[in-house]
Design a protein around this ligand. Structure first.
Ligand SMILES: Nc1ncnc2c1ncn2[C@@H]1O[C@H](COP(=O)(O)OP(=O)(O)OP(=O)(O)O)[C@@H](O)[C@H]1O
Length: 714
């Protein structure tokens, strides 16, 4: 199944492991924790209320540096609170202007400091650190800030050494106002120590997409759980958490994670009076496609059509082109240049249709999107709300159509169920983890090759990441440190003499050539040359940056420091397996629940906009219960939910699966094959292309699991 690669942030696993070679930036001249009394210490500084004076500065900065006339929504009170020394949670819809809530304060601090006479000049005013999972978006923002003459940088591995050193210097000198990084970087101890010691301190920690912190959220990311710990460790003076979608439960989680009281929550209404929310139900795509064409003819203009699978995006765009529509596809599997060309076309056109997976849209700030169509059932109400929020930012009437198709339930359920491994898999994984001998004290590290473990224990990498995060944060057994790559390969881009440095010679001695590609065992090169791994990798990077070689790295190994008695006692180990598994089961139920919530919204007997607002703890203006322009309000008749036809128990298909797959050790594995859910083991056994794969997809998954459990117990 050609699923879209990743998550809504378009973050691939290689992005997640982009972190190597970052030195501790803190240096003796940049340290802020010092015996010297004049040096800033957040615990000692009493932050006086900035109040009116602070807001006057903020308004001046807004005008002079950003060229805007006034604040929108609740930008002003949220910023005011930050300048007063408090922390804020900002829940504004997409395009609501969340970025200014940290960009403006970042530039205000030096003036507020001056006014309060608490610091010695601009270089003492610290930095604002922005944590965001959207690497491409961070780069765009930094470019935009630089164009305004604001000192900002992204900390990521695509930087050349020179750029990296420039950033490090700016931080040492206290001249950098904003630094952006991905949450994965917080695993890098060098980075944590740099931030704890950055000149002037971290005045503001901004956490974008903050709903990822909440385990109740639709986009929970284990690395986000570590942000709160990080904030304490670096003694961030204040925090601003930003999100476009937060149910009351999620907002509460975010507030709790950073000890922010209700008064620090700034939420604006999700209701958009110019959006017409519509839905139609069908049994098959064959029936919905002609309706889609009719819709596109009736409502021309810039349009995004969301689908679930990459292949579907390509096929539907092709189909629409064959019917003379101007359509292009977009998904995360495309080359960067293709994606950029597609986005550029969309931005400059007023009648292009983009058929896309959820990878499209984040960071697209186009005012005149006239239609957002969900051709497949969206993954959650949060996703739906975020996606429709891209329509009609110019305030003009725009349409959001959701085609509820019975054929789609299966794929959504497969996604929801795909993350849960069998309990035996989790127990076996943890048996290996707990029996791993740590490196000798004082280091006491263990390694986890997640890709290998994923295959060996039939657990998706995402889920493995989650399990390790729980071992770290909930059971406090481990602490992730900088991951390393195990495999480096390179091609020579031009003839060159190996340089005669020790590192150069070590690479030359260990690089094995096969055809045109060299492979190098970095650990072996380090051991025999007496150099550190870091030196060898740095040499390779130097050559890469000088365009002498083209370097590729792969095979990420995560490294964890053991934090408690190791291994835990046997009964403790069992308790951990039980607790972890309960948590994973709960997550599966939540994912299923999210899909049902979407269906319930459009098949329910109430206004779509009202129900959506209620989901986010919000209401329609003036206490209205109807928007007057959605499918419910127009017809006052619920959209009928069409169920996929049930064909009854198919014994022949059941026995064919048992015949084709001899394994009886894991009923969930058999049930996945029957239902058509891929997993590392299914892929390895090359079963996802077999005719038995998905041959019982019309059955209830739990009935399948029970039936295969009985067979395995025999
Ligand atoms: N007070 C303001 N006055 C004028 N324009 C503003 C104001 N605040 C924000 N904007 C503009 O609105 C647009 C959206 O802002 P921004 O990208 O910060 O939104 P966002 O809430 O972060 O959106 P998303 O959820 O999509 O990331 C930008 O072009 C920004 O310059």
């Amino acid at each position: 199944m050609a699923i879209d690669d990743t998550d809504e942030f378009g973050l691939s696993s290689s992005d997640e492991a982009d972190l190597l070679n970052i030195e501790a930036i803190g240096s003796s001249n940049g340290k802020r924790k010092n015996e010297d009394v004049d040096v800033y210490d957040p615990k000692r500084v009493r932050v006086e209320p900035a109040s009116a004076a602070g807001l006057a500065i903020a308004n001046k900065i807004l005008k002079e540096r950003f060229g805007m006339n006034g604040f929108r929504l609740k930008q002003e009170p949220a910023i005011g609170r930050l300048l007063d020394g408090g922390s804020s949670v900002v829940v504004f819809p997409t395009g609501g202007g969340k970025s200014l809530c940290y960009q403006v304060p970042a530039l205000c601090f030096r003036y507020v400091d001056e006014q309060q006479g608490i610091r010695q000049g601009p270089a003492e005013s610290g930095i604002t650190l922005v944590v965001s999972p959207l690497i491409a978006l961070m780069k765009d923002q930094v470019d935009a800030l630089k164009r305004r003459g604001i000192s900002a940088a992204v900390m990521d591995s695509t930087k050349t050494k020179e750029e990296h050193l420039q950033t490090v210097d700016a931080m040492r000198n206290g001249t950098l106002d904003l630094l952006y990084c991905a949450p994965e970087r917080l695993n890098n101890e060098g980075f944590v120590s740099s931030m704890a010691n950055v000149k002037g301190g971290v005045r503001l920690l901004a956490i974008d997409e903050a709903h990822c912190i909440s385990e109740w959220g639709h986009a929970f990311r284990p690395d986000y759980l570590k942000v709160a710990r990080f904030a304490k460790e670096i003694e961030a003076e204040r925090v601003v958490c930003l999100t476009a979608t937060a149910t009351p439960h999620v907002a509460e989680d975010v507030c709790k994670a950073f000890d922010i009281p209700q008064s620090g929550l700034f939420r604006t209404t999700t209701f958009r009076s110019n959006l017409h929310l519509h839905a139609q139900a069908f049994e098959t795509k064959k029936e919905s496609y002609p309706k889609l064409r009719m819709f596109l003819k009736s409502f021309p203009g810039s349009t995004i059509i969301y689908v679930t699978l990459q292949k579907q995006a390509e096929e539907l765009a092709e189909q629409l082109r064959s019917h003379k529509f101007k359509a292009r596809h977009f998904h995360a599997g495309m080359k960067t240049e293709e994606k950029m060309a597609c986005q550029d076309d969309f931005m400059s056109s007023d009648n292009l249709i983009i058929v896309a997976t959820i990878a499209f849209g984040m960071g697209i700030d186009k005012a005149n999107i006239r239609n957002v169509i969900h051709y497949d059932i969206p993954r959650s109400l949060e996703g739906y709300s975020q996606e429709i929020g891209r329509a009609g930012r110019d305030g003009l009437e725009s349409r959001c159509m959701l085609y509820l198709c019975a054929e789609d339930y299966h794929i959504r359920e497969s996604f929801a169920r795909g993350e849960l491994p069998s309990k035996a898999s989790v127990a076996n994984l943890l048996k290996e983890v707990f029996s791993t001998k740590p490196t000798p004290a004082p280091e006491s590290h263990i390694q986890g090759n997640l890709y290998q473990q994923s295959k060996q224990y039939d657990i998706k990498v995402n889920t493995l990441n989650n399990i390790y995060a729980q071992l770290e944060l909930r059971f406090r057994l481990l602490r992730a440190t900088t991951p390393k790559y195990t495999k480096y390969t390179f091609k020579r881009l031009r003839p060159f003499d190996w340089d005669k440095s020790t590192a150069g010679k070590a690479v030359q001695n260990h690089a094995k050539l096969a055809k045109t590609v060299y492979t190098i065992d970095v650990d072996a090169a380090a051991t025999t040359s007496g150099l550190s791994r870091h030196n060898i990798v740095r040499k390779l990077n130097d050559w890469h940056e000088s365009s002498i070689i083209d370097l590729q790295s792969s095979g990420v190994v995560n490294i964890y420091r053991v934090e408690k008695n190791w291994p835990p006692a046997p009964e403790e180990q069992q308790r951990i397996v039980d607790d972890l598994y309960k948590d994973l089961e709960f997550r599966e139920q939540q994912a299923l629940q999210r899909m049902h919530e979407v269906t319930a919204l459009v098949t329910g007997e109430s206004c779509f906009a009202y129900s959506l607002a209620k989901h986010f703890g919000d209401a329609l203006p003036d206490g209205a219960v109807e928007c007057g322009q959605c499918t419910w309000c127009e017809k006052h008749k619920a959209v009928e939910k069409i169920e996929p036809p049930s064909r009854g128990w198919d014994s022949a298909a059941f026995f064919k699966i048992l015949e084709a797959v001899p394994d009886r050790d894991d009923p969930r594995y058999l049930a996945r094959i029957a239902f058509g859910i891929t997993s590392p083991r299914v892929t390895q056994a090359r079963l996802s292309g077999h005719k038995i794969f998905g041959s019982m997809e019309d059955q209830d998954f739990m009935t399948l699991l029970n039936a295969f459990t009985k067979v395995c117990e025999k």
